[in-house]
Write a protein that binds this ligand. Structure first.
Ligand SMILES: [Mn+2]
Length: 390
C-alpha cells in the first residue's frame, strides 16, 4: 500500500486544527480516493486469532447483544452471510507496518494523544450500537458502506443490562452513508451509531485518547509514593490498655496524612511520570531482540541508518527523552539526535554518522532490544502482516 496523503478538500491541516479539531464533526468525502484496505478480510480474521492481539466479537439478536473477547479461532467467527455482527481488532498498527504507516499521516496531532488503529469488520446490519467515547476519532471507511447517525449527547444515560455501553436516549442530528475512502472525524463525547449497509464493511478507527485527569493523577501519586522508598515506619504513641481493640488509631491516620503532606512534586516529576506512562508499551506488546553483537549493530546503524520499530513509543520534553516507558540516561537527555529520531521515527546513515559515542551506544542497545531496527529492516517498511500465529 502506498501511504497516500489525506485529501482535505476545502480543508487543510491548519484549517482543520483551527476550526474542527475537538469542536465538531467533519465528513471528508474521498479523503483517501481509491483506498485499498491494508488487510484482507481473511488476514483480519487471522489476526483476531492471535493471542497477542486484542479483539472482540459483538453479535446482536433483536435487542439482545452478546460480547465475546478474542482470540478467536476461525470457526468461532460467524459466517459472513449471518447478519448483525461485528469483529473489532484493536492495535492493528502494532502488528502491521502498513497500518503504522497510515497512522503516521495523522502526526499533525501530538503522538502523546495517539492511541491506536482499530479495524472493525461488520456483516450486513452489524455495528456496536449508539455510544460515545472519550476519544477523538477518525473513522475511515476502508471497504463496503456504513451508515453513521451522529449527534451531540444530551443525555448520557446508558441502556441497562447490556454488555457494551449503549446510550439509552440517542437523538441523531445527521445521517450519513460512508463509501470507501470517505472519512468522518468525531470529537470526544459525540454520540454515534454506525451500521453496516451490506456485508464486507470495514471501518478503520484512528483513535486519539483524551486521558481523564484522575488517571494521570493516579500515575503521579503512584510514582511519588515509589520515590519515597517506604519512608519512616509507623511507631505507636504511648498505649494504654482499653476496651476498644478494633479502634483504628487516630495517630495512624495522622501518620498517613503527614506522608501525603510531605510530598513535594516538582514539574520535572510530572514530565517524567507522563513521559514514562505515555510511552509504556501495551501489555500484549513484545519485542524481538537482534542477535548481533554491539559492535556490528553500531556499524549497521552507521551504514544503513535506523528506524523505530512500529511498536516503539518515543516522546520528549525540553529536559528528557522517553522511549518505551524509560527515560534515557542523563548524559543523553539533551541529545538533539534522539529528538530527531522521536520526530522522524528514523535516522539516516548520515545522521547516525554525526552521533556521539553515547548516542551510538544507545542506538545499538535499542537495536539489541528490538526497539530500533537497522540494516534491511530499517528501509521503508513493506506491507506485510505479522507471520507469527498464536
Ligand atoms: Mn466509537
Amino acid at each position: 500500500m502506498s501511504t497516500a496523503t489525506i485529501h482535505w478538500g476545502h480543508f487543510s491541516v491548519p484549517r482543520f486544527l483551527r476550526e474542527v479539531w475537538q469542536r465538531k464533526p467533519l465528513l471528508l468525502r474521498q479523503a483517501f480516493p481509491g483506498f485499498t484496505p491494508l488487510l484482507s478480510r481473511a488476514q483480519l480474521f487471522a489476526l483476531a486469532g492471535d493471542e497477542d492481539v486484542e479483539s472482540r466479537l459483538l453479535q446482536r439478536n433483536g435487542r439482545r447483544w452478546q460480547l465475546d473477547q478474542g482470540p478467536f479461532a476461525r470457526k468461532q467467527i460467524p459466517s459472513v452471510e449471518q447478519r448483525n455482527w461485528t469483529l473489532l481488532v484493536q492495535g492493528v498498527n502494532l502488528h502491521v507496518d502498513a497500518a503504522s504507516e497510515l497512522l503516521s499521516l495523522f502526526r499533525f496531532i501530538p503522538d502523546a494523544r495517539l492511541d491506536d488503529l482499530m479495524i472493525s469488520w461488520a456483516s450486513d446490519g452489524g455495528g456496536v450500537g449508539p455510544h460515545q467515547d472519550a476519544y477523538d476519532v477518525f473513522l475511515l471507511q476502508a471497504a463496503g458502506r456504513r451508515r453513521w447517525r451522529i449527534g451531540p449527547v444530551t443525555d448520557p444515560a446508558l441502556q441497562p443490562g447490556k454488555p457494551v455501553k449503549l446510550l439509552a436516549h440517542f437523538t441523531p442530528e445527521e445521517d450519513l452513508i460512508l463509501e470507501p475512502g470517505d472519512m468522518l472525524y468525531l470529537p470526544p463525547g459525540w454520540g454515534h451509531d454506525g451500521i453496516a449497509v451490506g456485508s464486507d464493511c470495514m471501518t478503520y478507527s484512528i483513535g486519539f485518547r483524551a486521558p481523564p485527569q484522575g488517571e494521570l493523577l493516579k500515575e503521579v501519586l503512584w510514582q511519588l509514593a515509589e520515590s519515597q522508598h517506604g519512608g519512616p515506619i509507623y511507631t505507636d504513641p504511648p498505649l494504654r490498655e482499653g476496651g476498644a481493640p478494633a479502634l483504628l488509631p487516630p495517630a495512624m491516620v495522622k501518620f498517613a496524612a503527614q506522608a501525603f503532606a510531605r510530598l513535594k512534586p516538582d514539574s520535572a516529576l510530572f514530565e517524567t511520570v507522563l513521559g514514562t506512562y505515555l510511552t509504556t508499551p501495551k501489555p500484549q506488546v513484545w519485542f524481538e531482540g537482534a542477535q548481533e553483537r554491539p559492535a556490528s549493530l553500531r556499524r549497521a546503524c552507521q551504514q544503513t541508518g535506523c528506524r523505530l520499530d512500529r511498536r516503539s513509543k518515543m516522546l520528549y520534553t525540553g529536559q528528557a527523552v522517553f522511549l518505551n516507558g524509560e527515560a534515557v540516561p542523563a548524559e543523553l537527555a539533551a541529545s538533539r539526535l534522539l529528538r530527531t529520531l522521536a520526530d522522524q521515527h528514523r535516522l539516516s546513515a548520515m545522521q547516525v554518522r554525526d552521533a556521539t559515542v553515547d548516542e551510538l551506544a544507545a542506538l545499538a542497545q535499542w537495536c539489541a532490544q528490538g526497539w530500533l531496527l537497522t540494516g534491511e529492516a530499517a528501509a521503508v517498511p513493506v506491507a506485510t502482516s505479522k507471520t507469527r500465529r498464536g
